[in-house]
Ligand binder design. Structure first.
Ligand code: AMP
Length: 145
């Protein structure tokens, strides 16, 4: 499993402000933004700022911050979209489906009447993602996060 961190990965560029993202949340240790190829409406990514490829080389502090931020953002996604369920996912290594080599957590709303869309397959329109982000941001504000 590749644990050699490359600062050229797309999430590192987003963290440095070199690439755009549709951000919903940020604290000292994490940032959260909309997945541009969402598997369901409201699919959000929580990305630790630490330069770590996967869960195994993330520090304990980073892991703690990530799960707290994931819980916070997932609560807002739940409030904003009222899904039937929410999957939290984190992939380690290409064999496990990891496509971006910077640690991140998926928050994927699940709906009884909708099949999950493909992983990292179809780009969503930026305006649609911005609308989803606004709903999550409003819910975060509501919960005081
Ligand atoms: P993983 O396969 O767990 O590494 O997931 C990477 C996720 O990042 C996929 O769900 C992609 O759709 C998503 N993704 C890739 N590039 C971007 C980007 N520039 N902004 C937001 N999400 C992205």
């Amino acid at each position: 499993m590749d644990t050699q961190y490359s600062p050229n990965n797309i999430f590192a560029k987003i963290l440095r402000g070199e690439m755009p993202c549709i951000k919903v949340y940020e604290d000292d240790d994490t940032i959260a933004f909309m997945d541009i190829m969402p598997q369901a409406d409201g699919h959000t990514l929580v990305v630790p700022k630490e330069a770590a490829v996967n869960l195994f080389d993330l520090s304990e502090r980073g892991a703690q911050a990530a799960i707290v931020a994931t819980q916070r953002v997932a609560r807002a996604v739940r409030a904003a979209f009222s899904p039937d369920g929410i999957s939290i996912g984190q992939f380690n290594g290409a064999a496990a489906g990891q496509t971006v080599p910077h640690i991140h957590f998926h928050i994927v709303p699940r709906y009884n009447d909708q099949a999950l869309r493909g992983h990292a397959r179809d780009m969503q329109e930026p305006d649609v993602l911005k609308g989803h982000a606004e709903r999550i941001i409003a819910a975060l504000r509501e919960q005081g996060a």
